[in-house]
Design a protein around this ligand. Structure first.
Ligand SMILES: [Zn+2]
Length: 278
């Protein structure tokens, strides 16, 4: 009896193995089969270096996302690596962008959800570098031409952002377990992740703006939530304006989303009315 049971169990295990093995074969034949990325063609089109592997589906998503980003944002990244096995700064990263060389790594399954976030990091790092360079050049020019006058204090993009945002950040480890997702937008932050720090807040903000402007996943829900809460505080529109001034999105995107963020949408309407009356 025991022998029969063991045989039946073995038979079951073999069947299970065959089932999963055949599944793998089917997967290889499906859309999920990955190909070496066509780095030359993509470089020609988007002006950044590409590497990694892509399935047909991931390739479609990549082209869709890249086509939405202006050149200033695209070229803020030095390179883009798409690979499910990239070397991660943190074990659970699905995407990342290094501050030092502005290299983006992303898992192919998360292109639609995380690539704009990573490009926003790249743009932020580029703007920070440009700010540092500009300040150095102004200092050097003042030293040469106006020896006794110190250069005027110029606020960097990040300083301006932190001034608008205020003291709302709670650190990455707390933000990742923030329990009240439904309460967002909150305190000028659009998502729980935004509460981590200024850099995450910027990246999340930019990602949400693109989602709303271009109907990316969950855009309808996001539009409703953002419009309902963001008009109540001037912080959101100030953040939107600052990002727009620093090249995070085009005028087209800005005009498409401003109505969801503007705390005083009637102000422009009032101006238009006055103009018409004159
Ligand atoms: Zn991030």
């Amino acid at each position: 009896m025991a022998d029969t049971l063991i045989l039946a169990l073995l038979f079951f295990v073999v069947l299970l193995f065959l089932y999963y093995a055949s599944g793998d074969v089917n997967d290889n034949e499906s859309d999920n089969k990955e190909f070496e990325i066509d780095d030359l063609a993509l470089h020609e089109k988007y002006k950044i270096k590409f590497s990694g592997r892509l399935s047909a589906k991931a390739s479609q998503n990549l082209e869709r996302v890249l086509s939405l980003l202006p050149e200033k944002v695209l070229t803020s990244a030095e390179s883009l690596n798409i690979d499910r096995h990239f070397e991660r700064y943190q074990p659970d990263n699905i995407g990342q962008c290094s501050y030092r060389d502005r290299k983006i790594d992303i898992h192919p399954n998360y292109i639609m959800y995380a690539l704009i976030h990573e490009f926003a990091h790249a743009r932020t790092f580029k703007v920070i570098c440009d700010d540092i360079m500009a300040n150095k050049m102004i200092e050097a020019a003042y030293k040469i031409f106006c020896e006794k006058i110190s250069p005027p204090k110029r606020k960097s993009f990040l300083e301006e952002w932190m001034e608008i945002a205020g003291q709302v950040y709670i650190g990455e480890e707390y933000a990742s377990v923030y329990p009240f997702k439904l309460f967002f937008p909150l305190n000028g932050c659009l998502t729980p992740r935004s509460k981590s720090n200024g850099l995450e807040d910027i990246a999340e903000f930019v990602n949400e703006v693109y989602c709303v402007a271009y109907d990316l996943p969950d855009a309808k829900i996001k539009r409703k939530i953002i419009a309902g809460k963001c008009r109540k505080s001037p912080v959101y529109v100030k953040k939107l304006n600052l990002l727009y001034q620093n090249g995070f999105f085009s005028e087209y995107v800005y005009k498409k989303v401003i109505g969801y963020f503007d705390a005083q949408p009637r102000a422009s309407f009032l101006l238009l009315t006055i103009k018409l009356q004159i």
